[in-house]
Design a protein around this ligand. Sequence first.
Ligand code: 13P
Ligand code: SF4
Length: 369
Amino acid sequence: MEVTDLLGLETDIRIPNHYYELNEAELTERVRAVKERLGDRLFIPGHHYQKDEVIQFADARGDSLKLAQICAEMPNAEFIVFCGVHFMAETADMLTKEHQKVILPDMRAGCSMADMADIEQTERGWERMQSIWGDTILPLTYVNSTAAIKGFVGKYGGACVTSGNVKKMLRWAFEQKERILFLPDQHLGRNTAFELGVPLEHMCVYDPIANDFEYEGAWEDVRVILWKGHCSVHEKFTVEHVKHAKMRDSEIQVIVHPECPFDVVQASDFAGSTNYIIDTISQAEAGTKWAIGTEMNLVNRIIAEHPNKQIESLNPFLCPCLTMNRIDLPHLLWSLEELEAGRVVNRITVDEEVAKYAVLSLERMLELS
Ligand code: 13P
Ligand code: SF4
């Protein structure tokens, strides 16, 4: 693990064990105190999937789109301690100013979906796609991707999307080119393209490991090329879960995130981004009944915030996102106390060359959102 002192020197450092010997009350009190001492020098963005023990300290709470927008307009905080996952911290680094340092409290907070598309695979696949379809493809990437993939997309005229603006971005992309390559979440790409009227027969799946396509139709009919990636949390919801919820009580309405598989989205009553789910439940009438298909930390928080509605998880045995959960109170406290001592641990920086095009793809998205 890397630490940079304020002179820019780097040494290896890990969270000391004594942070795990503190109880929750001690950790909470120390985070509160160090946050107060750092004052305006510090800004903590937190994704809705973070644990309660962490999200309570967020200066801004949001989904991926909101957090990217906040980072782009970030005041002059010197330290941005990102409570989310690695690709979000990379995005924050690219959208903030040179002097602002972005820190991820635990470097193991990655995203299995983002890891499903690496840049070598993408370049190799792109070459293959160009040889079949020529210059007719615009690449779009879900923000849940590495900075290198965002850079690739930016270089070829494409943009980033989030679940909050994906329909708008897909419409925009179809105005630019005949075909779309959608990375790295096949489900978000398929669900959205279908909603916009693209039949399933006009979508193929690109398998980056085989460097081949899953498709039985004619090449010229392809409108959307879906990268074979998925979210390991949302892929765990099944049509059986939807059927069981409805069988238990026909008044239950099912609402899911569009990272869920196509048949699950089709079987549900509503599908939409994290913010859409939060807003829909908030605006629902008292006494209504809901089963929610998204990450558990968020579902549990929604349940606690709406005691006048009957809400459950669509899959009560689902685990929270394990990488989001890597950010815990000990890591948060450690990274903050190190900052106060003049040492920057776990700083996230994106290579300038990569950032040049990646920022383009992010800016295109932010302009259109
Ligand atoms: P949104 O925040 O865009 O809804 O994405 C959900 C997610 O999986 C974040 O990792
Ligand atoms: Fe990645 Fe899914 Fe976790 Fe989001 S919920 S960080 S997409 S694994």
